[in-house]
Design a protein around this ligand. Structure first.
Ligand code: HEC
Ligand code: HEC
Length: 346
């Protein structure tokens, strides 16, 4: 019974009220309901503007309306009845208010209720309504999430519905967990790689991206994390500051910047013996160790001589957290699909 009432209140309640209002107005305005005024003056004995009616009531001569008997300095109040349609609507609202008060949460601070209010016989509350719709959402999602879990990343790419679901889920998870470092839409920032381009430090395939997200980069608590450590050549005294200056000029020259040719030439030798193992003989980088290409226009830590000197002196070796265990598998897959789609997926 409560359920029926509750359903009714939520769906037809307003309609019902509007209908009641319309019926009341129609009834009041229906011609056959318009009775002639009972308060018509009958007597003729003049008393100023007022006459006495047969029933001994005072009646105003000009308007022919009975008075209430109240008088202020000789000014009397006419006893005009309220329009009937108005009255019925008013009664209707009172009736409605009482029903509503019984059905819905209403009276606060009654004895025994503490700071709560009366719950109402329908037991409705916004809080439980929210809890219910969240539960419904989870139930709806869990079907699609379950599908995500079993599908391979490639299957997800090939199934339009599943892909759309993964993209939506990935986008929102990215906003919650990744955008703080990688920027909205993965546009990146100094020290945090842009994910929306086709330049990859590690691996730009779907599986590679999933691996990065799952295990992180230099996240030492995870044995499968991606790992490499550029030495801090200056700080740890592996190279002198003169050698580092030469290397800076060399890096500038291979990336198409203006550079001192003599210093760069000396730097090239140093590069081959100290840096090529990670960045490659041609300085084009290596994804096996996450070493960036130094010949392109894309810089993680900046391309000014000072930025480059700082990188070689102290090394950066930044940290990307592992998300396995923090995010569920379906979310990680969705994130991989989302990041892959941002622009540079391979
Ligand atoms: C605390 C900051 C931080 C957060 C949060 C973070 N990342 Fe990263 N992420 C990094 C850094 C720093 C790197 C680059 C590490 C390096 O030097 O190799 C990186 C690298 C990556 C890469 C590899 C890029 C490439 O070129 O190979 C991917 C993919 C990635 N992040 C995705 C994500 C996703 C998805 C999330 C959210 C679940 C996330 N990151 C959250 C800091 C963060
Ligand atoms: C053990 C591998 C390794 C060696 C050796 C190494 N690097 Fe790196 N280098 C990296 C990695 C990995 C990164 C980027 C990730 C990070 O540090 O956050 C990097 C980043 C850089 C960057 C920053 C690029 C950017 O986009 O901002 C420069 C410049 C650089 N290295 C120059 C050098 C020079 C010069 C040497 C030799 C003196 C050298 N590296 C030796 C692994 C190495």
């Amino acid at each position: 019974m409560y359920e029926i009432l509750s359903k009714f209140a939520q769906t037809w309640g307003l309609g019902f009220f509007v209908l009641m209002f319309a019926v009341a107005v129609a009834y009041a305005l229906w011609p056959s309901n318009k009775e002639n005024s009972k308060q018509r003056p009958i007597g003729r004995s003049m008393k100023g503007n007022l006459e006495m009616s047969e029933t001994d009531k005072e009646v105003d001569v000009l308007s022919g309306v009975e008075t209430t008997g109240h008088s202020w300095d000789g000014i009397k109040e006419l006893n005009n009845p309220l329009p009937r349609w108005w009255l019925y609507v008013w009664y209707g609202t009172i009736f409605w208010a009482i029903l509503y008060m019984i059905a819905m949460p209403a009276l606060p601070s009654l004895p025994g209720l503490g700071s709560r209010n009366t719950p109402g016989v329908l037991g409705m509350s916004d809080r439980s309504a929210v809890a219910e719709s969240v539960a419904t959402l989870h139930a709806e999602r869990s079907a699609a999430s379950a599908e995500l879990l079993t599908a391979s990343l490639q299957d997800i790419q090939n199934n339009l519905d599943l892909q759309q679901f993964a993209m939506a889920m990935g986008e929102s998870a990215f906003g919650d967990n990744c955008a703080t470092c990688h920027g909205a839409g993965g546009r990146g920032a100094k020290g945090y790689p842009m994910l929306a381009d086709d330049v990859w430090l590690w691996d730009g395939t779907l599986d590679g991206i999933e691996q990065t997200i799952r295990h992180g980069i230099r996240h030492e608590e995870d044995v499968d994390t991606r790992f490499s450590a550029m030495p801090a050549f200056g700080r740890d005294g592996l190279l002198t500051s003169v050698q580092i200056d030469d290397l800076v000029q060399y890096v500038l020259s291979v990336s198409g910047h203006e550079a001192n040719a003599g210093m760069a030439a000396r730097g090239e030798g140093l590069f081959q013996s100290n840096c090529a193992s990670c960045h490659g003989m041609d300085a084009k980088g290596s994804r096996d160790v996450g070493a960036p290409n130094l010949t392109d226009a894309d810089w993680l830590y900046g391309s000014s001589p000072d930025d480059i000197r700082a990188t070689i002196t102290n090394a950066r070796n930044s940290h990307m957290p592992a998300w396995q265990g923090r995010l569920d598998d379906a979310t990680i897959k969705a994130l991989a699909v989302y990041v892959h789609s941002l622009g540079g997926g391979e």
